[in-house]
Design a binder for this molecule. Structure first.
Ligand SMILES: C[S@@+](CC[C@H](N)C(=O)[O-])C[C@H]1O[C@@H](n2cnc3c(N)ncnc32)[C@H](O)[C@@H]1O
Length: 185
């Protein structure tokens, strides 16, 4: 099967998230990223997941229950991440921006809260921690969030963070942009 952005993000997570890790899924959606984080962090780990859409919280909880996995799933904006964990205590933060397939079409991630959430996530990451993103754009999402997120990431202090932004140079359409970030140790 051909690799796509979500597949690439999952491969990155498999290679970086270790048993016992503390992980945040900042956009729970259907819960697939949350479930992967739970499997990778294992029973000694802690996984927190956030979504502002009740339908997403329900779907994530149902998926976890069906797979025998456990996470703390919160109906709250990722802009409030800092309320849920101490600074520099988190190993991995995942963002899968955009909208919930089959969900309320009026609800999607937006530049202002996404930037707040990224900054909150950066403060929560421990040195050596990682962040992974799938950044959607075009169509109903427009380009505002993509432009704001990429501009924000490009201004991060290179002594504190390393950010890699991918581009699918020969893919048609508007495939989400994969972003990988490391907090320096
Ligand atoms: C592309 S989906 C996420 C897919 C998900 N990671 C999965 O594995 O199925 C994006 C999600 O972000 C959620 N969202 C939008 N704004 C949000 C916010 N401010 N805080 C948290 N979640 C938000 C949407 O409700 C939607 O479910």
């Amino acid at each position: 099967m051909q690799l796509d952005t979500l597949g690439l993000v999952h491969e990155f997570l498999r290679r970086t998230v270790r048993p016992g890790a503390v992980c945040i899924d900042a956009t729970a959606g259907k819960g697939r990223d949350t479930a992967l984080l739970c499997r990778l962090a294992g029973p000694e780990g802690r996984v927190l997941a956030f979504d502002i859409q009740p339908q997403a919280v329900e779907q994530t909880r149902a998926l976890l229950e069906g797979e025998g996995l456990q996470a703390e799933v919160y109906l709250d904006s990722h802009a409030n991440l800092a309320r849920y964990a101490p600074p520099e205590s988190v190993d991995c933060v995942v963002f899968n921006f955009g909208r919930l397939p089959g969900g309320d079409p009026r609800i999607f991630t937006r530049a202002e809260s996404s930037l707040q959430a990224i900054d909150a996530g950066l403060a929560l990451l421990r040195p050596g921690g990682v962040m992974a993103m799938a950044l959607y754009y075009g169509g109903e999402n427009g380009d505002t969030e993509r432009d704001a997120v990429l501009a924000h990431l490009s201004k991060l202090d290179q002594r504190r963070f390393s950010v890699l932004v991918g581009s699918w140079t020969n893919r048609r359409g508007q495939p989400p942009i994969p972003v990988f970030l490391w907090k320096e140790g």
